[in-house]
Ligand binder design. Structure first.
Ligand code: SAM
Length: 298
């Protein structure tokens, strides 16, 4: 068993987010991970509301990953000199296996109770519903622990008694949306901030002859509420998006979440509680968690 580790530096910039990003660029650091912001492209946006929300949310952290903590020593000193107490910096070691698993999945097939999900050309198991995915450098090929956990959680719930709409935020290859179609959801919309992901999801939908409306951007245009939303995105983006997702759900709507490791559960559960949701079902695959969350019934 490998004990290799990666050092994770977390910087909370407070209101100095833009200054921090410019500082990192000037320092030659381009590979930081930041919580993505929602792309707003609806015509009828209430900008005052959006900007108020934006400022509140501006404190999402930036993360930098390095094989050695010492690789970041000079940066930490420079940050402290430049920003003083203006931002909080913390570091921790994370197991390499987790990091690799999240970002560099090998493409292979996934078999669950209901589905066989695999690359085109691989012979499926005829007793499962087949979802064939084109091989592409887009996350969501079905074999990743977060995707597996979420699909297994979705298929283990009681069958739908009536049709429910489904929004897949961060659709990647579209894999969750395709599983949702076979579980009876309709209509289904997938969003992604990467245009390459949207292209791949579109190709996969065509090849599998499955209905999927796609939207480039974080959230779909305003004006519709959803019965179910799925979101498999690594924290801190997931945490950052939760309140907006809650606002897009019906009162009894279901929120399927994944993308976080058991080490992240506490923070995500706290945010869920803050916005009035509770975890009602869970699934774990190799330490990665999937949750079904809902508002308590009144
Ligand atoms: C971990 S992958 C999940 C893919 C697929 N849904 C699955 O479950 O296998 C996360 C996807 O979310 C997209 N993404 C990242 N931040 C996002 C955001 N703020 N809004 C929408 N999509 C985002 C990424 O481009 C990527 O395709």
């Amino acid at each position: 068993m490998s004990h290799a580790k990666t050092f994770e530096l977390t910087i909370h910039p407070g209101l100095l987010r833009n200054e921090l990003i410019s500082f990192l660029h000037a320092f030659g650091i381009e590979d930081f991970v930041e919580a993505a912001s929602d792309t707003i492209d609806a015509d009828d946006v209430d900008w005052e509301e959006v900007l108020a929300h934006w400022t509140e949310k501006d404190d999402s952290p930036l993360l930098i990953y390095r094989p050695e903590a010492s690789d970041l020593e000079t940066l930490i000193v420079a940050l402290k000199e430049h920003f003083g107490e203006g931002m909080t910096i913390s570091g921790k070691w994370i197991a390499d296996s987790l990091w690799q698993e999240a970002w560099e999945p090998d493409f292979c097939s996934l078999e669950t109770q209901k589905f066989f999900i695999g690359p085109e050309g691989v012979a499926p198991n005829p007793s499962r519903i087949h979802i064939a995915l084109v091989e592409a450098a887009v996350f969501g090929s079905g074999q990743h622990a977060t995707t597996q956990a979420l699909i297994r959680l979705m298929e283990s719930q009681a069958p739908l008694t009536e049709q429910e709409s489904f929004l897949d935020v961060g659709t990647g290859t579209g894999v969750l949306a395709f599983a949702a179609h076979h579980l009876g959801y309709a209509p289904i919309v997938g969003t992604d901030i990467e245009d390459h992901a949207i292209e791949i999801a579109r190709t996969n939908a065509l090849r599998n002859n499955l209905p999927l409306t796609l939207h480039l951007g974080s959230l779909p245009p305003a004006g519709k509420v959803w019965d179910t939303i799925a979101c498999n995105i690594l924290p801190p983006t997931l945490t950052h998006l939760l309140e907006a997702l809650a606002g897009l759900l019906t009162r009894d709507g279901k929120l399927y979440l994944a993308g976080f490791h058991e080490a992240n559960c506490e923070g995500i559960e706290a945010e869920l509680r803050r916005i009035g949701f509770e975890v009602v079902a869970a699934r774990k695959e190799r330490g990665w968690i999937a949750w079904l969350a809902q508002r308590p019934s009144s």
